[in-house]
Design a protein around this ligand. Sequence first.
Ligand SMILES: Nc1ncnc2c1ncn2[C@@H]1O[C@H](COP(=O)(O)OP(=O)(O)OP(=O)(O)O)[C@@H](O)[C@H]1O
Ligand SMILES: CC(C)(CO)[C@@H](O)C(=O)NCCC(=O)O
Length: 424
Amino acid sequence: MSIGVPKRLQNKKVSVVGTWKINIIWCSPTLTQRYGGTLSLNPGVRQILSSPGSLIKIVYFSTSKEQPVDKTKKNASRDSNGVSNCSKGGYLVNGRLYFIKFETSKINECLDFISSKQLHYRGVQQCGFPVSDKNIIKATGGGAFKFADLFKENLGISLDKVDEMSSLVSGANFLLKAVPSEAFTYVNGKRNYEQIDHNDLFPYLLVNIGSGVSMIKVDGDGKFERVSGTSVGGGTFWGLGKLLTKCKSFDALLEMSHQGNNRVIDMLVGDIYGGMDYSKIGLTSTAIASSFGKAISEDKELEEYKPEDVARSLLRMISNNIGQIAYLNALRFGLKKIFFGGFFIGGHAYTMDTISVAVDFWSKGEAKAMFLRHEGFLGALGAFMNYQLVQDDSVRLVGDKNSNPLVEDLNDNGIIECCVQASS
Ligand SMILES: Nc1ncnc2c1ncn2[C@@H]1O[C@H](COP(=O)(O)OP(=O)(O)OP(=O)(O)O)[C@@H](O)[C@H]1O
Ligand SMILES: CC(C)(CO)[C@@H](O)C(=O)NCCC(=O)O
């Protein structure tokens, strides 16, 4: 594979910082020097990449011309280009964190994207300064190992590996502490955004549902323990779903599950108890007694079931199971808050509903499941946070002008406005 090196951008403001669930790239170590006298030309700032089993996530920081500077904020010496002196030395640069994901099978598109945005250059290339030949992107997850040679060969980028669990935790802590309206519960089809008390955040259980599932007890910044996990996760839904339904894409499988009815295949308590509840042990007649259990007694081949129903049962089985294991781990350590992340959730109503109901049911209402708007980008963001340059007090979610950011599902655009500190 060969990637063309993009032309230099002249007199254009570019910005950059990215993350894969694999990596992070830091741009110019001498960013502020390069600003001198050329502040109207933008900095490409830095990039972070992070990549996983099925999706590559990129988080990048970018300054942007159009962005209004809020002069009412702290750091009043900020100039009209969004750059200001920092009390700790160096400069503060206003910009935004952008979130992009690619399917791993489309890694070419990912490389093209990085190339077209010049995310692989550290420094303010368009200011006419020489670009460092030491391009390093911080990366986390399996992709940091898997794609190291590919990045080196195609873009000349070296991947600086950041531990995956530690990245997940840093990403989650940053979001929960710095981004308003990041966490929400999902009850009766509605998102209820939670005000997180920063002084009462820890401890909590972080459940990251990617291909597999990791459960991490988080006690503070950098203080955590992976207490459990399960291999029955997002990869199971997608893999088994593909085999059972012949579905060609994850989104199509999810869409199918919307249309299906799990009761066609799942064996319910009522199927066993002649339509009755088993109230003595708290089970209603409609509770699932055995996922896919009905298929035993029916003389039907797979083809005779609607793929929509199969997809629905599968999604319910996996979500329910994860919700239950999460609750048991929360119980094990006396944790009341459980945050769920990872792209398996995908802001999908039925998934969130099933997980929420499972946690509520098993905990008898004691624990609650909470979801994160930037669910799938925790690792990538954490790799970015490894630079420790974002100013927490400058962070806010940026919504589309015409829409309320709180009702939007986050796909690739949960932009966060923030300020990074560049050393001089
Ligand atoms: N477009 C998509 N293509 C593939 N999987 C998707 C897509 N959208 C959502 N998913 C779901 O997201 C899961 C992967 O989630 P995520 O990217 O957070 O984890 P990962 O990093 O691949 O896995 P792990 O953390 O186990 O390494 C898939 O298994 C699938 O269930
Ligand atoms: C192996 C990882 C950590 C890779 O992200 C993830 O897929 C996972 O947590 N799997 C579950 C493995 C287990 O605990 O059984």
